[in-house]
Design a protein around this ligand. Structure first.
Ligand code: 48H
Length: 257
């Protein structure tokens, strides 16, 4: 009995990993923008893998603002809440209030149900870069990296990689620091996030969602961080819309290949 339980888990988990060692898309970071992007791409039939450093995907959405676990969403993103079955109430002036736990768990549930292979407790520590193009990610267990254990990693190949790591835009930073390459953006380097301005930040995070280097895309706060745009505080519509936009752009790029 005991060995059968273990066997089922080990076999199931290794099958999932083996099936996704060559993916269409790898999403780095299971925050709101990464989860939406992953769900949409999986729904479109792309083999989608999501790597989340923490035990629970969801990123910065669980805690709402200052641990008051409610989120604010603007009118433009309400169709996404409806589509994902998230309940909300009108607050004021075109703003709506949703429960942070319900919203976050709904995004995770839909990603899993859409067929996204989610690997939690796993970190992306580097990229595969070949012929001036990002062609995959380098992965390791989060506890290994936290304990600074010298253990070599594994890789997952992909036609597209999304940096959905939020404020630190970690993956784009790895690309530019390690490879001394220039981003395919007017700024060519990571400009780092600016101080809070809700309206400007929400606009920027959607506007700057897209490809920053062949094979590498940004969404959510990472799109703000890379382009030197404002943070926006605890309003989440931009993250959801950015995730959708990233999926649309990646889907179009993959269809052309
Ligand atoms: C694997 C990684 C790695 C790595 C990080 O921060 P997130 O919630 O991301 P977004 O951009 O979808 O949402 C941002 C939003 O939550 C937010 O912070 C807002 C709106 N802030 C406004 C403000 O003014 O403060 O999630 C990123 C996820 C996290 O779960 C990380 O654990 C994960 O990425 N992650 N996963 N490998 N190298 N780095």
């Amino acid at each position: 009995m005991e060995h059968q339980i273990s066997q089922a888990i080990v076999q199931g988990w290794f099958k999932k990993l083996t099936d996704h060692l060559v993916s269409d898309v790898v999403i780095v970071g299971g925050g709101p923008s990464g989860l939406i992007c992953a769900t949409e791409l999986a729904r479109l039939g792309h083999k989608t893998t999501l790597i989340e450093r923490k035990l629970a995907p969801g990123g910065g959405m669980w805690g709402g603002a200052m641990l008051f676990n409610c989120i604010v969403v603007q009118e433009a993103a309400i169709p996404i809440l409806d589509e994902y079955g998230i309940t909300y109430k009108a607050a004021n002036d075109g703003l709506y209030l949703a429960d942070a736990v319900e919203s976050t768990s709904a995004l995770i549930y839909h990603a899993a149900r859409a067929g996204v292979a989610i690997f939690n407790g796993m970190s992306v520590e580097d990229l595969i870069v070949a012929d001036d193009m990002v062609t995959g990610v380098v992965i390791n267990w989060t506890p290994v990296t936290l304990n600074k254990m010298h253990v070599d990693p594994l890789t997952i190949s992909a036609k597209a990689v999304l940096d959905g790591t939020g404020h630190p835009c970690e993956i784009v930073n790895i690309l530019t620091h390690k490879n001394k390459v220039e981003l395919h953006l007017p700024s060519t380097t990571v400009l780092f996030e600016r101080s809070l301005n809700a309206e400007a930040g929400e606009r920027a995070c959607v506007e700057h969602t897209g490809e920053v280097y062949p094979g590498l895309y940004v969404s959510g706060m990472a799109a703000c961080g890379v382009t030197g745009s404002n943070r926006m505080g605890p309003i989440f519509g931009g993250m959801l819309i950015s995730g959708k936009k990233a999926a649309r752009i990646i889907d179009e790029a993959l269809r052309k290949q």
